[in-house]
Design a protein around this ligand. Structure first.
Ligand SMILES: Cc1ncc(COP(=O)(O)O)c(C=O)c1O
Length: 469
């Protein structure tokens, strides 16, 4: 057995099926469950989880112990890992990795823009999958068309009041963004972006050789007058990338006046607005605002993207683009060349989830949790870090924090990490500046842990500020 495991490790294969096959008394199902729980909660890569399972399961074979891990992987794993000498880690000979895993377990991540597992509608998703497979096995299990699963396209089209031919459903909205950029942006093309903006947008545009026109963000969205001045001064963007609601990373929302003004500028200077709107459904305070897509009378100036990552779950990987029929037709061709068709299994489940109304219940659960997490974040910042300033978000996942002028957030990030908290530095979302800022993602952390995490960041900052004084 050990030899076999060694060989498999060398080849980099997953160990779980191997253990299950060779140690049937352990029960393949429980191993699979354990593995996916660990992947989810511990965020180890599959290889590490394979190693851990060999360390635990193969030498001991105690199904009860595994079951305990499944019930509460964080605590039990941490406990077991501490006792490394007694638990046969020597199989892979690298105890350091397990210690790292324990450290990782104790970490509180304010870095990940993702929901925690407890706010995902697992039972409703399982039921939607059952119904979807029962109702349309041929549609769910075949390749399908590059445009997406027809019932989902119809649901999205009805939601936005457009024709189904104006929609393409993709594997996550990240794929939609990539297709749009690939279709429209070439080397030297100017693209206006918000500063700060989603780091993956900056990376994608840079890779395509775009010239990035960064326009500052204000508490009510992009500084449209700064954009107007740039346009009057000769800037000719092909595209303006705008995240209108609960912006990633700044958490702010574009006001109605600015939405209208942007449309006017787009019309006057002939550019396209790329309305990247994955957080739109997550408003837990204030008034819902119309999308620029719906305000665009002629239907010529806006391409709209959204996602089911925040309303269903990120793992389902379903997002979409809405735009003019010609552009969407081109993107459908690009999709065919890229992956024949997106995942019909995922899209059939999402279609069923949406049509049945489960999505509305899921959104309510998510919003309620996010509101509590936002409140906990703001209260903790006010108590623990009154020197910091921030705009209170009315929805979404993120909050942008400015530490006092002159702070260098890089050592604060390192010191926070040592205290078991991670966050993303502001500078990662900007071409320049942001040295005294950070992004807090409160989406995946329970309120009591948020308070603890903010207290640790505050103590890191205070210690460094004290040392500098
Ligand atoms: C602004 C923005 N656009 C696009 C995405 C991609 O989302 P997904 O591919 O999960 O739909 C994200 C994800 O966090 C985002 O924040």
């Amino acid at each position: 057995m050990q030899e076999l495991v060694g060989e498999v490790l060398e080849r980099g294969e997953q160990l779980v099926p191997l253990i299950a096959a060779n140690e049937p008394q352990l029960g393949g199902e429980i191993l699979q469950e354990l593995r996916s729980s660990l992947l989810d909660l511990v965020r180890l890569d599959p290889q590490d989880v394979g190693d851990l399972l060999v360390g635990h399961a193969a030498p001991h074979g105690e199904v009860e112990q595994l079951a305990a891990l499944v019930v509460d992987p964080r605590e039990s794993l941490a406990e077991l890992l501490h006792a490394d000498g007694d638990h046969g880690w020597s199989l892979t000979g690298d105890t350091g990795r397990y210690r790292d895993a324990v450290a990782e377990l104790k970490n509180i991540s304010l870095a990940r823009g993702a929901p925690s597992l407890d706010i995902i509608a697992v039972d409703e998703l399982r039921a939607a999958a059952d119904r979807a497979f029962e109702r349309d096995p041929a549609g769910a299990f075949s390749y399908g068309t590059s445009a997406g699963y027809p019932r989902l396209l119809a649901w999205i089209a009805a939601k936005h009041g457009v024709a189904p031919e104006q929609v393409v459903a993709t594997n996550g909205s990240m794929q939609a963004d990539a297709f749009l950029f690939q279709q429209l942006v070439g080397p030297g093309d100017v693209v206006a972006v918000e500063a700060p903006t989603y780091d993956r947008t900056l990376l994608a545009l840079r890779k395509l050789g775009a010239e990035i026109l960064a326009i500052p963000l204000e508490p009510d969205g992009i500084d449209v007058e700064a954009l107007s001045r740039a346009l009057a001064g000769g800037a000719r963007p092909k595209l303006a990338h705008i995240i209108p609601n609960f912006q990633n990373p700044a958490g702010c929302t574009l006001s109605l006046e600015k939405r209208r003004r942007l449309l006017e500028l787009a019309e006057e200077y002939g550019f396209l607005i790329f309305e990247d709107d994955p957080y739109v459904e997550l408003r837990f305070a204030g008034e819902q605002l119309p999308t620029m897509l719906s305000l665009d009378d002629g239907g010529r100036r806006v391409v709209y993207a959204s996602s089911f990552s925040k309303t269903v779950c990120p793992g389902i990987r379903v997002g979409y683009l809405v735009g003019g029929e010609g552009l969407i037709g081109e993107i459908r061709k690009l999709a065919t060349q890229t992956y024949i068709s997106p995942s019909m299994v995922s899209q059939a489940i999402v279609a069923e989830f949406c049509e049945s109304g489960a999505i509305e219940r899921s959104i309510e659960t998510v919003k309620k949790a996010l509101r509590g997490r936002r409140d906990a974040t703001c209260a903790a910042l006010q108590e623990e870090l009154p020197e910091a300033s921030f705009v209170v978000p009315e929805g979404g996942y993120f909050l942008w924090v400015d530490l006092p002028e002159g702070t260098d957030v890089e050592p604060v990030e390192a010191a926070s990490r040592q205290r078991g908290v991670t966050f993303v530095k502001g500078a990662d979302f900007l071409l320049e500046g942001g040295e005294n800022s950070l992004r807090i993602a409160y989406s995946g952390v329970a309120p009591d842990l948020i308070r603890e995490a903010v207290a640790r960041v505050a103590s890191a900052w205070r210690e460094l500020a004290g040392a500098a004084a």
